[in-house]
Write a protein that binds this ligand. Structure first.
Ligand code: NAD
Length: 257
């Protein structure tokens, strides 16, 4: 895996951070791309201190030109481009009657358009390098089954699953595979916030939302970010070469298809 370059969005914390650290361990040079330049820097430093190669890149994935510029910056800094992980996402709770135009725009700009811009920028970078590559998108179990109080988020993740399927068909002739990963309930700052909001709306103390969702986990425990990173490691490596268009559930057995 030496001399391969992976670009991971939203990798300053949570699942993206675990993915960046895991891909670095796998031998990738990693572009740690995040809205938050401080956390991106910290994760890149952690990789470098462990003997890996990394660069921190500041990016807002909802802005098409910024995504293209960030991918170019990473390609130049790390000397190649092989894998993009479109991981950045937001997940506000949205009871149906409270959905506003602003929240729909915000979630779709980041979760859906951010993935489209990431796909496009990666295709341009693969072409510039003269080879194919791997595109990996953050979906969710909520992209397979509508989740309560998460209508806007769930629908954005259904969109990511659709994009993954179509991009796989469109990009196969260029030697590009496109897959997704679908986590369940992962212990990250995002989930802590969902728990707070769901618990408050139910008039219950913090932790109530997590306990309700956790009843659906067959393996009986919440997910660590590293559980998801292991799945992405497979999707980024050669063992998944004969797979495209799939959105793999890595949710401890919440959804069975
Ligand atoms: P998180 O909120 O803990 O971290 C998200 C990271 O993305 C942060 O570092 C944030 O700064 C960055 N980010 C947010 N908006 C951005 C933007 N516009 N441009 C660039 N970076 C941006 O989230 P997480 O729990 O690690 O989730 C990561 C991905 O996994 C998301 O796509 C999420 O929808 C998905 N997911 C999470 C869970 C879960 O339970 N945590 C479950 C299923 C799917």
């Amino acid at each position: 895996m030496k001399n391969k370059v992976a670009f991971v969005t939203g990798s300053g914390q949570g699942i993206g951070k675990a993915i960046a650290l895991r891909l670095a361990k796998d031998g990738f040079s990693v572009a740690v791309a995040d809205f938050n330049s401080q956390t991106a820097r910290q994760v890149a430093d952690e990789i470098i201190q462990a003997g890996g190669k990394a660069v921190a890149v500041t990016v807002d994935v909802s802005k098409r030109d910024r995504v293209f510029a960030a991918v170019e910056e990473a390609r130049n800094a790390l000397g190649g481009f092989d894998v993009i992980v479109n991981n950045a996402g937001v997940a506000p709770t949205t009871p149906i009657e409270e959905i506003s135009a602003e929240i729909v725009d915000k979630v779709y700009d980041i979760n859906v358009k951010g993935v489209i811009w990431g796909i496009q920028a990666a295709v341009a970078a693969f072409k510039a390098e003269g080879h194919g590559g791997k595109i990996i998108n953050a979906c969710s179990q909520a992209g397979h089954v509508g989740n309560p109080e998460l209508a806007v988020y769930s629908s954005s993740k259904f969109a990511v699953r659709g994009l993954t399927q179509t991009a796989a068909r469109d990009l196969a002739p260029a030697g590009i595979t496109v897959n997704g990963y679908c986590p369940g309930i992962v212990k990250t700052p995002m989930w802590d916030e969902i728990d707070r909001q769901v618990s408050r709306q139910a008039g219950q103390p913090a932790g109530y939302g997590t306990a309700e969702f956790a009843k659906r986990i067959t393996l009986g425990r919440l997910s660590e970010p590293e559980d998801v990173a292991a799945c992405v490691s497979f999707l980024a490596g050669p063992d998944s070469n004969y797979m495209t268009g799939q959105s793999l559930l890595i949710d401890g057995g919440m959804v069975f298809n």
